[in-house]
Design a protein around this ligand. Structure first.
Ligand SMILES: NC(=O)c1ccc[n+]([C@@H]2O[C@H](COP(=O)([O-])OP(=O)(O)OC[C@H]3O[C@@H](n4cnc5c(N)ncnc54)[C@H](OP(=O)(O)O)[C@@H]3O)[C@@H](O)[C@H]2O)c1
Length: 332
C-alpha cells in the first residue's frame, strides 16, 4: 500500500515536471528586440546591456553622465553579432520628472522601435547607522531606486499592452528580501520594488507581459565600491558571510530569467534560498518552482534562523567593542 502511494506521488511529480513548460511563458527572442537599460552606463546595467547585445538586441542606455554613456556604448559595440545593431545613449535623470522620462522613452521608440524589454537597473545604495544617515537621503534613495523604476515602466507599459508582449525587470537587491544592519535607507526602496512588481504582474499577465524582480548579492561594481566608503563595520562583517559576485555573472542570470519570464531572479545558493524563503504570494512561472518552494520552505527557515543568530552576535560584539574603546578613551 505504502509502495503504491509512493509510486503515485512520484508519477504525480513527474507529470507536473512534464506539463510545467506548457503553462510557462514563451521565451522572448532578443535578436532584433529593443532593450532599454536604465543605469546601463556602469556595473550590472552595463553587463546586462552587453549580454543582450551579444544576443542580437538593439540597446538604449539611459543614465545621467554623458561621458560614461559614450564610453559604455563603445565597450558594448565590441560585442555586435551583426552590423545592423545599434546602441543609443540617452542622458536623463530618471528620478526627477515623469514627463521628461516619458519623452526620452518616446524618442528611443521612434529611433529603435517599440520597447520589448525594459531593465530598471539605475540605482544607488547608502549605508550607515539610522541616526547618522542625512535625513534627505531617505527621500532621495526612494526617488532614485523606486520612482526611478516606476517612471520608465509607466512610460513603456501602454505600448507593451497594445502589442500584447514585453518584459519589465526591476533590479532590487538581497537587501530587498531581508533588512540588514546599516540599510535602513536602502532596504525599503528595494522592498518597494517587490510590491510594485507583484501588483503590476497581476495586471499585465493577461497581456502576455512578464515582470522579473532580480535580487543581486554583493557585486563588484563602481557603485559597490562607492557604497563601501560609508558602510558601518557591522554591515561589512555581515556581508563577508557571502562572497562577492562579478557583474557579468549577475547580468547573465538576470537576462536569462527575464527572457524566460521568471518572476524571481537570484544568483547562487544563498540567493536561491532567500528567494524560496521570501516567496510569500509572489507568482510562479513553472509548477516545479512552486513545488520546490513548498518542499524547501521549512528547512530554509531553520538555516535562516542560524544566519540571523550569527548576524545578531556580530552586531552585539561590535557594540561591546565600541563601548570598551570609548571607556578606555575616557580613562586615558
Ligand atoms: N553592486 C551591488 O553589490 C548591488 C547589489 C544588489 C543590488 N544592486 C543594484 O543594482 C543596480 C546597479 O548597481 P551597480 O552596483 O551596478 O551600480 P553602478 O555601478 O553605480 O551603476 C549605477 C548606474 O545607474 C545610473 N544612475 C544612477 N542614478 C541615476 C539617475 N538618477 N538617473 C539615471 N541614471 C542613474 C548610473 O549612471 P549616472 O550616475 O551617470 O546617472 C549608472 O549607470 C542598482 O539598482 C543597485 O541598487 C547592486
Amino acid at each position: 500500500m505504502l509502495l503504491l502511494a509512493a509510486a503515485f506521488l512520484v508519477a504525480f511529480v513527474l507529470l507536473l515536471y512534464m506539463v510545467s513548460p506548457l503553462i510557462s511563458p514563451k521565451p522572448l527572442k532578443l535578436a532584433g528586440a529593443h532593450v532599454v537599460v536604465t543605469g546601463g552606463s556602469s556595473g550590472i546595467g552595463k553587463c546586462v546591456a552587453v549580454e543582450c547585445f551579444k544576443q542580437g538586441a538593439f540597446i538604449t542606455l539611459v543614465a545621467r553622465d554623458e561621458g560614461k554613456l559614450v564610453q559604455a556604448k563603445k565597450e558594448i559595440e565590441k560585442y555586435s553579432i551583426n552590423d545592423k545593431q545599434v546602441v543609443l545613449c540617452i542622458s536623463v535623470d530618471i528620478s526627477k520628472d515623469y514627463r521628461q522620462v516619458e519623452n526620452v522613452i518616446k524618442q528611443a521608440q521612434e529611433k529603435l522601435g517599440p520597447v520589448d524589454m525594459l531593465v530598471n537597473c539605475a540605482g544607488m545604495a547608502i549605508a550607515g547607522n539610522f541616526e547618522e544617515i542625512e535625513i534627505d537621503k531617505f527621500a532621495r534613495l526612494m526617488e532614485i531606486n523606486y520612482l526611478g523604476s516606476v517612471y520608465p515602466s509607466r512610460a513603456v507599459i501602454s505600448t507593451m499592452k497594445e502589442r500584447r508582449m514585453g518584459r519589465i525587470v526591476f533590479v532590487s537587491s538581497q537587501a530587498g528580501q531581508l533588512g540588514l544592519f546599516g540599510y535602513t535607507a536602502y532596504s525599503p526602496t528595494k522592498f518597494a520594488l517587490r510590491g510594485l512588481a507583484e501588483a503590476l504582474q497581476m495586471e499585465v499577465k493577461p497581456y502576455n507581459i512578464y515582470v522579473t524582480v532580480a535580487y543581486p548579492p554583493d557585486t563588484d561594481t563602481p557603485g559597490f565600491a562607492e557604497e563601501n566608503k560609508t558602510k558601518p563595520l557591522e554591515t561589512k562583517l555581515i556581508s563577508e558571510s557571502s562572497s562577492l559576485c562579478q557583474a557579468d555573472q549577475v547580468a547573465r542570470v538576470i537576462v536569462k530569467d527575464a527572457i524566460q519570464g521568471n518572476f524571481n531572479s537570484s544568483v547562487g545558493s544563498d540567493g536561491y534560498m532567500l528567494s524560496s524563503l521570501t516567496c510569500g504570494m509572489s507568482p510562479v512561472t513553472t509548477i516545479t518552482e512552486g513545488l520546490q518552494q513548498v518542499v524547501t520552505m521549512g528547512l530554509f527557515r531553520i538555516i535562516a534562523l542560524f544566519y540571523l543568530g550569527s548576524f545578531d552576535s556580530i552586531v552585539r560584539r561590535c557594540m561591546i567593542q565600541k563601548h570598551n574603546s570609548q571607556k578606555s578613551c575616557k580613562t586615558d
